[in-house]
Write a protein that binds this ligand. Sequence first.
Ligand code: CP
Ligand code: NVA
Length: 299
Amino acid sequence: MSVRHFLTLRDLSRDELGYVIQRAIELKTMLRNGQPHMPFVGKTLGMIFEKSSTRTRVSFEVAMNQFGGSSIFLSPRDTQLGRGEPIEDSARVLSRMVDAVMIRTFAHETVETFAAHSSVPVINALTDDFHPCQLLADVQTFVEHRGSIQGKRVVWVGDGNNMCNSYINAARQFDFELVVCAPEGFDPRTDLMQENSDRVRIERAPERAVEGAHLVVTDVWASMGQEEEQAQREAAFRNYQVSPALMDRADPQALFMHCLPAHRGEEISHDMLDDPRAVVWDEAENRLHAQKALLEFLL
Ligand code: CP
Ligand code: NVA
């Protein structure tokens, strides 16, 4: 069988994604019940981080620990990756030693190049274009709180960034409607919008966009690598803050998610994460369970 990678949500079929979500819920229950499950004894995950991380790093390390395996944290600062060793060579070498590789980097082509030269599964742990692991956790969280996300209306408020692009892929793969509410000039990838125009649309006004929403999601206004655009972005996104008052215009059963880290007073109001509709702590925890299910599936 040829090696499977997870660079975007499109790398798994709808059925496979559905399986991973159900398995994540099952693994979470097993963990809660104190039931050990160690399918990865002797296996190692290589973790390449070219950008900062709290949740992604901890969830992958803990996942490998709980599975009886181990992980190696690799940063460009202290590996040859930072000194210009070609990504193709690094992929060939690392994949002869470890059993899977997780990469957080800038250009999406970097994970594609790495995967093309890797003999073991490669997982995208965030690029400038996509953050598919976060979507597994988000969908798991929705399913746990509200049941199937199929046919539901999800509203993305804010920057058309890596998370937003992944929401477009999720709309296609999990079969829901997506309303993207971004200010002009900050839309998600045009090719993704065009390909999925049957289920994804733009609505510029937040108050109108959230009408009928079953899930409202936002993210930071300036992503990693865009720090210098902070001031300009704060001005452009000023009217795009998610607050309990905005949530009141959504469906009465609506949930709120944010991949975190969050900036209170910018993309969310100071009280948004204390609102009962916010499920961000479950969402963060589910990174662990969803990625365990993903690792088990890929390996
Ligand atoms: N949501 C997320 O990926 O968080 P980290 O940047 O802390 O990994
Ligand atoms: N869009 C954010 C997500 C962080 C988890 C970023 O890329 O920085």
